[in-house]
Design a protein around this ligand. Structure first.
Ligand code: PAF
Length: 281
């Protein structure tokens, strides 16, 4: 695996692939790699000739009271995992390479930015869009892979790619879960053993809501019941059941449903979602 910190050296290597007509799949990450990331790497390998992974903890997507300063840094383990998974290139830049002096871009996002996670993390998706666009400009991938766990992020990036007419195919990888059902996340490292057991209730409750909905139970009642159950274990941020393609309220034209939730377990914020096809539409 080739490791680059420098943008120009990375681009020379990537140009040499392109000259040989090799395609590039890109998996951006913030490190703290786990099986969820590795499943994206495996998907990337199916989609292109070369796989580039970035590890960059992007300061602009963290709020003032968030965990930027203590975000898990497991770089040497991450490198071994990427080598084991036959990644071709790791791009691991310092902040001044991603944001050189004078760098400024604001990406115009639509109103989905301000709802769900965007409502409780103001500016978060602006920071995500900024860094993803910058990384796309540097790597110029044919395909880029994002996890479904950050579902709102995935839709915002797809929308950005469409708005800016970027020639990049955005693919998503399924959520990878622990045996307990808990969605894999770098931030799970913050949980104690007991908290990890409690955290597994999030998926269980979302899944019960889905089953109730598929059994034709009334949605309002199901959401209220899920709220109560979530509040029993966590501090609830939100739970919403929306059209999975627009993140707006479900209408007669909705084909896919998204159950999305964020909760706090102590200081740790957990997110999860379930996307499924609506019955009889
Ligand atoms: O999903 C993440 O890990 C980050 O938001 C991303 C896409 C790498 C941008 O920093």
């Amino acid at each position: 695996m080739h490791i680059f910190n420098d943008v120009v050296k990375l681009q020379l290597a990537l140009d040499s692939y392109r000259k040989k007509n090799e395609t590039i799949a890109f998996v951006p990450t913030m490190g703290g790699l786990h099986e969820g990331h590795l499943s994206l790497v495996r998907l990337a390998k199916q989609k292109a000739d070369k796989v580039v992974v970035s590890i960059f903890v992007n300061p602009t997507q963290f709020g003032e009271n968030e965990d930027f300063d203590k975000y898990p840094n497991t770089l040497s383990n991450d490198k071994s995992l990427l080598i084991d998974n036959e990644v071709d290139v790791l791009f691991n830049p310092d902040a001044d390479r991603v944001y050189p002096d004078g760098f400024a871009t604001d990406i115009k996002l639509d109103s989905t930015e301000g709802i769900l996670c965007g409502a409780s993390r103001p500016g978060h998706f602006q920071g995500v869009a900024q860094v993803v666009k910058r990384l796309f400009d540097i790597v110029k991938p044919d395909v880029a892979i994002f996890g479904q766990k950050d579902y709102q992020q995935l839709l915002i990036i797809k929308q950005m790619v469409k708005n800016l007419s970027l020639d990049i195919d955005i693919k998503s990888g399924d959520i990878v879960r622990q045996k307990s059902g808990l969605a894999m996340s770098t931030r799970n490292q913050y949980l104690s053993t007991n908290e990890a057991i409690t955290a597994a209730n999030l998926y269980k409750i979302l899944n019960e809501l889905k089953q109730g909905y598929l059994n034709n139970q009334q949605l309002d009642l199901l959401i209220n019941q899920a709220k109560k159950q979530l509040e029993h274990h966590f501090k609830l941020d939100y739970i919403e059941v929306l059209d999975a393609n627009t993140l707006r309220q479900i209408t007669d034209n909705t084909h896919e449903i998204a159950i999305l939730s964020a909760v706090f377990l102590g200081p740790v914020r957990l997110i999860d979602n379930i996307i499924f096809r609506r019955k009889n539409v």
